[in-house]
Design a binder for this molecule. Structure first.
Ligand code: C2E
Ligand code: MG
Ligand code: MG
Ligand code: MG
Length: 292
C-alpha cells in the first residue's frame, strides 16, 4: 500500500460510513412515523403440539412495510428501535394488535389458540408493563392464559430479581411467560428454578444440526430433561426437517415451531390454511415470506 492509496481508502471508508449514518438517520425518522402511518404488520408463525399437530397457537412477528423498501424484517429495524426507545410504542402496538387478532380468531371458533408476543429488554422492564397488559387483554376480552410473553434468556437474566418480580405479577394475572432463545444466555439454574415461566424455547442454533451433531443432540436432550424436571413446557424453534421433528418428538419436546411445519404468515394465509389441509407438513413455495 502506498501512502496515497491508504488515504484514498480511508476517505472511501468515511464516505460509506457517512452514507450509512445518513441511511440510519432516515430509517429512524421513518420508523418514528411507521406506527401512525400504519406500516407495521404482524406475521404469525404456528406452534404445533409435537409430533405433528394440532396447532396450539401462533407467535406474532413484527414486520415493517416501508414504502419503497418492501417488507422489512425485524433484523433491519429492531436494533434501531431498541437504541432509540421507539421499541416502547412499537411493542405496545404489537401487543395490542396480536391480542386483537387473537380475539378475532376466538370469535371465529378457535378458542384453543393462544398468541405469543416477543418483548425486548426495555419493554420488559418498563414500570407500567403489567398495567398495559391488563388494559389490552381487558379491551380485547381474551383469557389471560391465552397470552404468552416471550423474553429471551439474556433479558430474563439481566436483572434476575427484577425478572422474577415482573413475571410473578404477570403470572398472577394468568399470563404465561416463555424463555426464548434458551441456551444462548447464561442462566443460573437457581434463578431458572425461581422464574415463574411456563415454557422454555430452545434456540434455533441447537436445532440446526441436531440430527448430525452429537453435542447438539446432547444439549437438546438435556434442555428437554431440565424443562420436564422444572415442570416447563419445552418448545423447539427452527425445526426445518422431518428428522428433527421426529428426534425432538421422541425426546419428549412438547411443541414444535419451524419452517417445516409453518412459516410466519398473514392472518389471511392462516384463514386459507384452516379451510384446507392444515396441519400439512410442507408449506407451498407460494407461501414463502418475502421479507428483506
Ligand atoms: P425469535 O423470537 O426467536 O423468533 C424466531 C425467528 O426465527 C423469527 O425471525 C422466525 O421467522 C425465524 N424462524 C422461525 N422458524 C424458522 C426456521 O425453521 N428456520 C429459520 N432459519 N428461521 C426460523 P424474525 O421474524 O425475523 O424475528 C427475529 C427476531 O426478532 C425474533 O426472534 C425476536 O427476537 C425479534 N422480534 C420479532 N418480532 C418482534 C416483536 O414484535 N417485538 C420484539 N421485541 N421482538 C421481535
Ligand atoms: Mg420469540
Ligand atoms: Mg427464539
Ligand atoms: Mg431466536
Amino acid at each position: 500500500h502506498t501512502k496515497n492509496s491508504g488515504r484514498n481508502s480511508h476517505s472511501f471508508f468515511q464516505k460509506s460510513m457517512n452514507a450509512n449514518a445518513q441511511e440510519q438517520l432516515q430509517l429512524m425518522h421513518d420508523l418514528r412515523l411507521a406506527i401512525e402511518r400504519n406500516e407495521l404488520r404482524l406475521h404469525y408463525q404456528p406452534k404445533f403440539t409435537a409430533p405433528s399437530g394440532p396447532v396450539s397457537g401462533f407467535e406474532a412477528l413484527v414486520r415493517w412495510e416501508r414504502p419503497g423498501s418492501g417488507m422489512l424484517s425485524p433484523a433491519v429495524f429492531l436494533p434501531l428501535a431498541e437504541k432509540t426507545g421507539l421499541i416502547l410504542p412499537m411493542g405496545e402496538w404489537v401487543l395490542n394488535e396480536a391480542c386483537r387478532q387473537l380475539s378475532e380468531w376466538h370469535r371465529q371458533g378457535h378458542q384453543e389458540w393462544s398468541v405469543a408476543v416477543n418483548l425486548s429488554a426495555l419493554q420488559f422492564e418498563q414500570p407500567d408493563l403489567v398495567e398495559k397488559v391488563v388494559d389490552i387483554i381487558t379491551r380485547h376480552q381474551i383469557p389471560a392464559e391465552k397470552l404468552t410473553l416471550e423474553v429471551t434468556e439474556t433479558t430474563a437474566m439481566l436483572n434476575p430479581d427484577v425478572s422474577v418480580a415482573i413475571l410473578d405479577q404477570l403470572t398472577d394475572l394468568g399470563v404465561k411467560a416463555s424463555i426464548d432463545d434458551f441456551g444462548t444466555g447464561y442462566s443460573s439454574l437457581l434463578y431458572l428454578k425461581r422464574l415463574p415461566a411456563s415454557e422454555l424455547k430452545i434456540d434455533r442454533a441447537f436445532i440446526n444440526e441436531l440430527t448430525t451433531n452429537n453435542e447438539d443432540a446432547s444439549i437438546v436432550s438435556a434442555i428437554i430433561a431440565l424443562g420436564q424436571t422444572l415442570n416447563l413446557k419445552v418448545v423447539a424453534e427452527g425445526v426445518e426437517t422431518v428428522e428433527q421433528q421426529a428426534f425432538l418428538s421422541r425426546l419428549g419436546c412438547d411443541t414444535l415451531q419451524g419452517f417445516l411445519l409453518g412459516r410466519p404468515m398473514t392472518p389471511a394465509q392462516i384463514g386459507d390454511r384452516i379451510s384446507s389441509d392444515w396441519p400439512g407438513h410442507v408449506i407451498p413455495a407460494t407461501e414463502l415470506e418475502d421479507v428483506k
